[in-house]
Design a protein around this ligand. Structure first.
Ligand SMILES: Nc1ncnc2c1ncn2[C@@H]1O[C@H](COP(=O)(O)OP(=O)(O)OP(=O)(O)O)[C@@H](O)[C@H]1O
Length: 236
């Protein structure tokens, strides 16, 4: 693991006012993310994982605190700058792929890269995710695992600084899930991308360089894995 800081989260809270009650979806969260690191954020439902992910990804702003990407204060961005931030700095991978049904695998990736400055070669990335021979297939002609590979290619081809994955194996069977985790680790190494997975699936933490545990909007534990295991060694 390299120690160049990519992101800094400083005392971030996200508060929701529900009538008389204030809900803290995130409570004074502070953390640093390093270049090329593979991080798993673990926590049960309602622990604040999505809230943190949305803030890291520039989809939401905190009520309090600051977020820095490569030294720049994202929390000070206006809407236009936030849009550029999401477009150029962050690649998203979701549980349910979110592909365009009427576009082929290649076109899905192409569409995402068209608006990016430093996009990678689409065909090379599709090869890297193991879809070299399925580029012209539509999502309906592909398995869930293959669709998730397209979604990963789409996120990676933008050449973002950060890859945010929200329960990327949540809709997949165990074996396919392991393959997707293996792919995410390969992408992390090959492109030296910082990858963050959020999940409630505890064993996935074993493959990470660092595991961050959340509960009730707070980070309750951070663990560094000196020897993260190969995803094929994970069982759930
Ligand atoms: N827009 C909102 N308004 C009010 N409360 C919210 C809002 N968004 C999230 N919360 C609350 O904040 C807490 C954290 O939610 P969050 O979605 O971040 O958890 P999570 O760990 O991602 O859960 P899950 O795994 O179920 O997606 C929850 O108690 C949730 O109900």
């Amino acid at each position: 693991m390299e120690n160049d800081t990519l992101m800094k989260v400083e005392n971030v809270s996200k508060l929701y006012q529900m009538g008389e009650v204030t809900i803290a979806a995130a409570k004074e969260v502070s953390l640093e993310l390093y270049q090329g690191e593979f991080v798993v954020i673990l926590g049960p439902s309602g622990s604040g994982k999505s809230t943190l992910l949305n803030i890291l990804g520039g989809m939401d702003l905190p009520t309090e605190g600051k977020v820095f990407m490569e030294g720049e204060d994202v929390t000070g961005y206006n809407d236009r700058k936030l849009t550029i931030y999401r477009r150029e700095k962050v690649g998203f991978v979701f549980q349910f792929y979110n592909l365009m049904a009427n576009l082929t695998a290649r076109e899905n990736v192409e569409l995402a890269t068209e608006i990016c400055k430093d996009a990678l070669d689409i065909d090379e990335v599709l090869e890297a995710v193991g879809l070299g021979d399925r580029k012209e297939h539509f999502p309906a002609q592909m398995s869930g695992g293959e669709q998730q590979r397209v979604a990963i290619a789409r996120a990676v081809a933008k050449n973002p600084a950060l890859l945010l994955c929200d329960e990327p194996t949540g809709a997949l069977d165990f074996k396919t899930g392991i393959k997707i985790l293996t792919l995410l680790r390969e992408i992390n190494k090959k492109y030296n991308k910082t990858v963050i997975i959020i999940t409630h699936n505890v064993p996935i933490g074993e493959m990470a360089d660092r595991v961050i545990k959340m509960r009730s909007g707070e980070i309750i534990e951070t663990k560094i894995n000196k020897n993260p295991i190969h995803p094929e060694g994970i069982e759930w």
